[in-house]
Design a protein around this ligand. Structure first.
Ligand code: UDP
Ligand code: MG
Length: 311
């Protein structure tokens, strides 16, 4: 029998934890019990409410439930990563605690998996709960991402995903710390399948991603997936250099021959020389920023997260 690990990052979800556990429990009792063993991993990402107490209570009653308790809030991406590190199943399913990722589609995930897909991605149908700003933002984000990314991007792909064991093992080899889990999974490749689902409103509590945080997330995604934002500075420099070199040559020709006589002033010539030098500097800046950014992240060498305990 195959074992499936369900990974749930939790940050102040005391109202949702019983609900999601109940939903998973019922799903398994009614439909999946005979085909798949279940493991549930709650990763408590520094909750300050009673989330951890509830998880411990559930884990006491149901031995299939495990938990990781972070010493503070490390963010959802790291929490998910910790769950993937810890899971023991033949596949894992990562989902939010707030019931926006409906458990009803899990059978569809599992079906795709058994049909041979190694990564099954939950794709969100349009959600009524999103404001116009968020919808435009996401449209724009995917537009840019598709343009700059080295890997194929699926619009409205969510974190609601199933990973086969091979993907989990490959994922666990990735060392970088400033991470967007789904970006890394996309980067890994493997055979990918899609399951559509309708994301409802958040059931209880407040969404913890403010608009500002979402923008930061989008920027990190772009930067971690592609070097284009940095290359732009370099490109600009290259453009300026290519523009100013013929211009300077033309000025020289104009000054020392009689084909044209535009009579460029000394300051005009100086401006072109300056432009040329600025172009060079921009190119160097683009290169330097790129190297420094990488060296910085790689050299920190901190553990990615600190768990208080694992059960
Ligand atoms: N979450 C987390 N750490 C955080 C923020 C959120 O583990 O710092 C969890 C949260 O408990 C939930 C999931 O990540 O299970 C998604 O969070 P949320 O619903 O706030 O995000 P959204 O649905 O707006 O993307
Ligand atoms: Mg949510």
């Amino acid at each position: 029998m195959y074992c499936v690990s369900v990974i749930i990052p939790v940050c102040n979800e005391e109202k949702n934890i019983p609900l999601i556990y109940e939903a998973l429990y019922t799903l398994w009792e009614e439909k999946l019990k005979d085909f798949f063993a279940l493991e549930i991993i709650f990763v408590d990402d520094g909750s300050v409410d009673h989330s951890m107490m509830l998880i411990a209570e559930i884990a006491r009653i149901d031995p299939r439930v495990r938990s990781i308790e972070f010493s503070r809030n490390f963010g959802k991406e790291i929490a998910t990563t910790a769950g993937i590190h810890a899971c023991t199943g033949d596949a894992c399913i990562m989902m939010d605690a707030d019931m926006q990722h409906p458990v009803d589609v899990i059978p569809a995930f599992l079906l795709k998996w058994r049909e041979g897909d190694e990564v099954v991605i939950g794709v969100r149908e349009r959600s009524e709960s999103d404001g116009i700003l968020k919808r435009w933002g996401s449209w724009f984000f995917y537009k840019i991402m598709r343009m700059i990314s080295d890997v194929p991007i699926i619009s409205h792909a969510t974190d609601f995903r199933l990973l086969d064991r091979v993907v989990i093992d490959a994922f666990n080899e990735l060392p970088e710390r400033n991470r967007i889990t789904r970006g890394l999974i996309d980067w890994l490749g493997f055979r990918r399948g899609i399951v559509q689902f309708a994301a409802g409103k958040r059931l209880q509590g407040e969404p913890s991603y403010s608009t500002l945080k979402l923008v930061q997330l989008a920027v990190t995604s772009m930067i971690s997936l592609s070097l284009l934002p940095l290359r732009i500075a370099g490109y600009l420099g290259i453009f300026i250099v290519f523009f100013s070199v013929p211009m300077g040559l033309f000025m020289l020709v104009d000054r020392y021959t009689s084909y044209t006589s535009l009579q460029f002033t000394g300051s005009a010539i100086l401006a072109v020389i300056l432009m040329f030098l600025i172009g060079i500097v921009l190119i160097c800046l683009g290169l330097l920023a790129f190297y420094i950014g990488h060296i910085y992240h790689e050299s920190q060498g901190r553990p990615m997260y600190i768990a208080r305990n694992r059960k």
